[in-house]
Design a protein around this ligand. Structure first.
Ligand SMILES: CC(C)(COP(=O)(O)OP(=O)(O)OC[C@H]1O[C@@H](n2cnc3c(N)ncnc32)[C@H](O)[C@@H]1OP(=O)(O)O)[C@@H](O)C(=O)NCCC(=O)NCCS
Length: 181
């Protein structure tokens, strides 16, 4: 599991530097780090602290994206979602397809009441994914951070409610797909 993840991380670092600088992939500097990161993901999954999903191409089995689901509030419950496309697999719709599946996982298996996404207001590719998944723009915090290059940008807040997700499922399939207890 080490070498493939190491190669993937090094290849993606420049691509992730602006909008995903906090992603665990950014901490990988050696093959051994890659192995540890994947083991950390597995441990975090079991502890229900973070759910990292690898997304792989159906035919080639190449890594195409990572999706992150993190608990915000287990009482509601509320989760946040994050994602990146592998730099060689951007612009094919893989992230949208995977994010939709991840939302289904959150609402169906984690019993989410809502799922939110935060993204930089200059990150059009990211908020287009959220909008294609039916997430609603809930807020725009203007000019609230300074970036590494000195520029200033704001933060967009997106969210989708359980009721909205179920309604979209019904619309797409013509019948209820998610049983709401
Ligand atoms: C944000 C990010 C994940 C978006 O990735 P993406 O590849 O654009 O998203 P998708 O996989 O859903 O692909 C959608 C694009 O593929 C195109 N596309 C091509 N074929 C497609 C198909 N069969 N189905 C759907 N979309 C298709 C779409 O037109 C769309 O392009 P557009 O946004 O220019 O209209 C990616 O740019 C990234 O990794 N950025 C760096 C990290 C980052 O910013 N993460 C988010 C932090 S909040």
């Amino acid at each position: 599991m080490g070498p493939g993840n190491y190669t993937m991380s090094q290849k993606n670092k420049p691509h992730l530097a602006r909008y995903e600088s906090g992603n665990p992939v950014m901490t990988i500097s050696a093959e051994q780090d890659a192995e540890i990161t994947v083991r950390d993901f597995a441990a975090a999954w079991v502890a229900r602290q973070a759910f990292f999903l690898g997304v792989f191409h159906r035919d080639t089995h190449a890594f195409v994206a990572q999706i992150y689901i993190g608990p915000v509030n287990w009482e509601l419950p509320e989760f946040e979602i994050g994602y990146f496309a592998d730099v060689e697999h951007e612009g094919h719709g893989y992230v949208t397809e995977a994010a939709r599946a991840a939302l289904r996982f959150a609402f169906e298996h984690l019993r989410a009441h809502r799922v939110r996404l935060e993204c930089d207001d200059t990150n059009a590719r990211s908020y287009r994914v959220a909008e294609r998944c039916g997430m609603v723009k809930e807020g725009h915090i203007r000019e609230n951070k300074r970036n590494a290059d000195g520029s200033i940008s704001g933060t967009l807040h997106y969210g989708i409610l359980r009721s909205e997700f179920i309604a979209r499922q019904q619309e797409a399939q013509g019948e209820p797909q998610l049983v709401d207890a």
